[in-house]
Ligand binder design. Structure first.
Ligand code: SF4
Ligand code: SF4
Length: 300
C-alpha cells in the first residue's frame, strides 16, 4: 500500500495543472517528486506535542474524531506526511537577492510557487482521500478539516503542525531557522493525512529534534542567520514575530508587482475565518544554505 500511494502521488505531481507555475515564469513544475513518512496513530510523540506546542494541538485520534463519528483504536490509525520539494529552477533563481526600494525581496518565481502551493497541497489531500476511499479506507486531512486553526496568542502556532507531524513520521528534524530539514532539504512544503489504511510505519532514526541542523549538531554553519534580511535568526533560534514583520514588508511589495496572478488563501485564525490573503513567502534563510536541498549532516 505504501508503494501504491507513492506511485499515485508521483503521477499527480507530474500531471496536475495546479503544480504548474504561471506561464510568465515558464509554466514548469513547482514541486519535484514527493517523499512520504508514516507514523502510527498512537505514537506517544503526538501526546508530547501537547506539551511542546499547546494542549490544543490535536492527536491523530482527535483529528479523526472531528471528521468521523465512528471511533477506531488510535493504534490502527496511520499518519501520512508528504514532503513537497521545490524544483531546482526555483531554488537556483532564489539564491539571488533583489533590493527593491530598500527592501530585499525574494525571486518572483519563488513567490509565485509559494503562493500556488496552497491550492496544490489541498488538491493533493483531496485526491489522496478519494484514492484511499476507493481502496475501502477512510481518511482525513488536517488542512482540510473545519477544526483546523492557527492561533495568535502572543505566539504563533496551530492545532495541527505539519512540521511536527513530519518529524513524527521520521521525515526530518527542526533547525536554527525553524524549518524542517529532510533528506531533500528544508526548502519544501508539507501536508498530511490520517487514515485507517494498514500502512507500513517509517520509523524515526532518532528522537533528537535538531539532529539534521549543523548548528545544533556541530556548532557550525549559521548561514541561515547571515541570509536573513529581517534579523529574525540568531544563536537562540528563529524569532517568529520579526519574521512575520519582514514577511509583511515583502508581501506588500510583491503583491503590488504581481498581485493579479496570485491566488487567494483563506485562513482560520483563533477559530475565525479571516478575509483572503495572498501568501508569497520570504525564505532567504532556505536558499543558498547547506540544508536547502539535502540533509547536511547525512555524511557526518
Ligand atoms: S543553514 Fe545551517 S544553521 Fe541554518 S538551519 Fe541550515 S544547517 Fe542549520
Ligand atoms: S522567512 Fe525571511 S524573515 Fe523569516 S527567518 Fe527566513 S529569511 Fe528571515
Amino acid at each position: 500500500m505504501n508503494d501504491k500511494i507513492i506511485q499515485f502521488l508521483g503521477k499527480l505531481f507530474e500531471t496536475s495543472e495546479l503544480n504548474r507555475l504561471h506561464e510568465r515564469y515558464g509554466g514548469g513544475r513547482i514541486f519535484s517528486n514527493p517523499i512520504i513518512g508514516i507514523a502510527q496513530g498512537d505514537d506517544p510523540i503526538f501526546r508530547k506535542f501537547k506539551e511542546i506546542i499547546s494542549p490544543e494541538h490535536l492527536t491523530p485520534f482527535e483529528l479523526w474524531l472531528t471528521e468521523n463519528q465512528e471511533s477506531v483504536p488510535a493504534s490502527k490509525l496511520r499518519v501520512i506526511s508528504i514532503v513537497f520539494p521545490f524544483v531546482d529552477k526555483i531554488r537556483e533563481e532564489s539564491k539571488n537577492v533583489k533590493n527593491f526600494r530598500g527592501v530585499i525581496l525574494p525571486a518572483e518565481i519563488y513567490s509565485v510557487g509559494r503562493n500556488y502551493a496552497n491550492p496544490f497541497k489541498k488538491e493533493i489531500c483531496r485526491q489522496i482521500i478519494d484514492f484511499l476511499n476507493e481502496e475501502g479506507h477512510r481518511a482525513v486531512a488536517g488542512m482540510l478539516s473545519e477544526s483546523f486553526t492557527i492561533f495568535v496568542k502572543g505566539k504563533f502556532y496551530s492545532n495541527w503542525s505539519e512540521r511536527h507531524i513530519a518529524f513524527a513520521t521520521g521525515l526530518g528534524t527542526f533547525s536554527l531557522h525553524e524549518g524542517l530539514i529532510t533528506e531533500v532539504g528544508c526548502n519544501i512544503r508539507l501536508a498530511s493525512i490520517v487514515t485507517d489504511a494498514p500502512l507500513k510505519i517509517t520509523l524515526r532514526k532518532s528522537d533528537k529534534p535538531y539532529g539534521n541542523c549543523l548548528y545544533y549538531s556541530k556548532g557550525t554553519c549559521r548561514k541561515c542567520e547571515e541570509r536573513c534580511p529581517g534579523n529574525a535568526i540568531d544563536e537562540n533560534g528563529h524569532n517568529k514575530n520579526k519574521c512575520y514583520e519582514y514577511g509583511q514588508k515583502v508581501a506588500r511589495r510583491i503583491i503590488a508587482r504581481i498581485g493579479p496572478i496570485l491566488k487567494p488563501h483563506i485562513r482560520c485564525v483563533n477559530r475565525k475565518l479571516r478575509p483572503p490573503t495572498f501568501p508569497v513567502g520570504c525564505a532567504f534563510c532556505q536558499f543558498g544554505v547547506p540544508c536547502m536541498d539535502r540533509n547536511p549532516t547525512a555524511e557526518i
